[in-house]
Design a protein around this ligand. Sequence first.
Ligand SMILES: Nc1nc2c(ncn2[C@@H]2O[C@H](COP(=O)(O)OP(=O)(O)OP(=O)(O)O)[C@@H](O)[C@H]2O)c(=O)[nH]1
Ligand SMILES: [Mg+2]
Length: 404
Amino acid sequence: MTPSDTAATGAASPVAVSVVVPTFNESGNVVELVRRIRAATVGMTAEIIFVDDSTDETPAVIAAIPDDGRVPVRLLHRVEPTGGLGGAVIAGMRAAAHDWVQVMDGDLQHPPEMIPVMAAAAGTGLADIVIASRYRGEGEAAGLSSPIRHLVSQASTLLTRAMFPSRMRDCTDPMTGFFLVHRPRVAIDRLQPRGFKILLEILVRQPHRMRVLEEPFSFGRRFAGESKASVTQGVRFLRQLMALRFGRASAFAVIGVIGALANLAIVWLLTSLGMEYLIAAAIAAEVTIIANFILQEHFVFHDLLHGASHWRVRFAKSVIFNNVEAAVRIPVLYVMVTLWGIAAVPATAVTLALAFVVRFTYHSRVIYAPGRTPAAGTVPVGDEDDDDSDLPVIRRHRSASDEA
Ligand SMILES: Nc1nc2c(ncn2[C@@H]2O[C@H](COP(=O)(O)OP(=O)(O)OP(=O)(O)O)[C@@H](O)[C@H]2O)c(=O)[nH]1
Ligand SMILES: [Mg+2]
């Protein structure tokens, strides 16, 4: 829904906004940004909060911006930044003087002229969050720096919307960092910032579905300075998505299923190349055991690596366990089918289910045994529910931060 769909409400007066701008080395942009925000918000109540993690002269440049007697500029320079860009946004939300928090980038890719448009949409009272979307109506993403980034942006948008059909029902651009949110509707303590995609956290980790309005906008090019987007950010995003959508056990299961399919594909490939079946099966088993290990390190247990043993020890334990497990499961299956007379398919299903439980327990309790030196702020991934069932379900779990 866009506010124009709700024209019956008439012209709403804009809400007062705290503009939160996370900055990392944006010294060439901040003066121009403040000038344009001030120009765009004439007649509105607004403040600007820079949450800065820079290693360059950005904080000094911000501090030197003269007061205009109307839109105050505040600087929150974080000497020990936590949570990257997402952590900065949360710090800004907490510090905001007004209930409506406008989050935007500091490089002028997000046009400040959208602020009054979004503030008026918020003024209708129809939304908990107003999102500036590159993919709705007249919106466009021309400022993405390469065709690959276009593709990545569109693919991740598609994936995210497919994974959260209910929460994303009215949101065409879950990847955007340009939105105006009503802070009283956000349970800030539930957010677990892990990098760039804070909007996703805000939409998914609430006990209720946020009411969304969208305004199309044109994503511009950087005014000055360098991008901080990277492949690492991409991997973080995938982790975040897995953590939000699946619990740890389900993510582990998803990787197990992918491994089983890969196993079949490798056996098929090798045997069709003329290799003997048993050798092909052995190679496929070892390849998938190694691949599964890498995937589970990245997507299932990554938050527990800090307190766990060295990766070589983890790798050895995982490979040995999986080989022993396969060596035990096959004879058990044999006994069940030939001696006990159970049909092959249910017997296989039972052994696989049992193996899954044992494997997951072993990995979480032994290989990635948490709690020896819990890293501050780490929390079990994925234990929150997404209520795509539309039934708000809140489950609280103990976490390292709960215990701190
Ligand atoms: N406080 C803080 N801000 C950050 C951090 N990383 C990025 N930012 C800011 O977040 C905003 C978005 O980062 P960009 O590098 O512009 O990312 P992007 O817009 O996806 O990439 P480009 O399209 O190449 O500009 C900018 O204002 C950055 O300065 C961080 O670790 N801490
Ligand atoms: Mg940018």
